[in-house]
Design a protein around this ligand. Sequence first.
Ligand code: B1M
Length: 210
Amino acid sequence: MSKIAEVKAKVEAGKTKLVPGLVQEALDQGNAAEDILQAMVDSMGVVGDKFSTGEIFVPEMLIAAKAMSKGVEVLKPLMASDGASSLGTCVIGTVAGDLHDIGKNLVSMMIESAGFNMVDLGVDVPANGFVDAIKANDNVTLVACSGLLTTTMPALKEAVETIKASGLTGFKVIVGGAPVTPEYAAEIGADGYAPDAGSAAVKSKELVTA
Ligand code: B1M
């Protein structure tokens, strides 16, 4: 089994203690950080499918997510900022009622590498939490809202509407997450949408420099 395949298998199995070492070994063997990350993202797809079919339950899903997060920690220094934080501050969070943060953390990492200072509000962020953070931080040029459940799509809508109705200006709002479509993003009044972390970075830069 290749080292990357081993990383993928151990993330799926939730081997939190083993994954960071395996990720490091995969890097040491010359594998690209992006390929190792993709393998771990693929693991989450497998875990989600197993959850859907009743093969595993929430605790197993949670432990697999923890294993992935530990692996991402090893990769982060290799994928993070080029040091040029000239695009202002980005406030990011997962919307109310939603506890998924792996995707949001990857998006945060990539937006940071595009040149933003990040203010990460974490998960389960109420609509007003975004507004408070815009007020509390200097030079907020971007607000990024993540939603991973079909049941939290209304919370995403509420977040965008609350931010837009706050009267605050000088920033753009980008949304994303597995159930979100470009059509839904436009419908709820977001300025931008991206399907994944890499394109979120590209779109964020585009939004604030346009
Ligand atoms: Co949950 N979960 N989960 N879960 N979970 C999903 C999302 C699900 C698809 C699994 C399934 O049924 N197949 C399903 C949602 C179904 C739906 O809504 N249609 C689901 C469910 C049902 C639930 C619970 C309701 C289960 C329950 O309790 N019965 C529950 C809800 C809890 C809550 O949030 N209130 C729940 C709980 C959990 C855990 C806590 C156990 C854990 C999360 C731990 C954590 O995040 N720290 C968990 C996990 C791990 C998953 C899966 C397996 C993996 C999610 C993940 O990290 N994916 C997931 C199945 C799956 O994704 N296939 C599943 C990898 C990640 C890199 O992808 O998050 O999509 P993703 O992020 C991508 C893009 O979406 C995009 O870029 C990211 C990187 O490329 N993106 C953005 C994300 N945010 C963006 C923002 C942007 C732009 C792009 O701009 C701002």
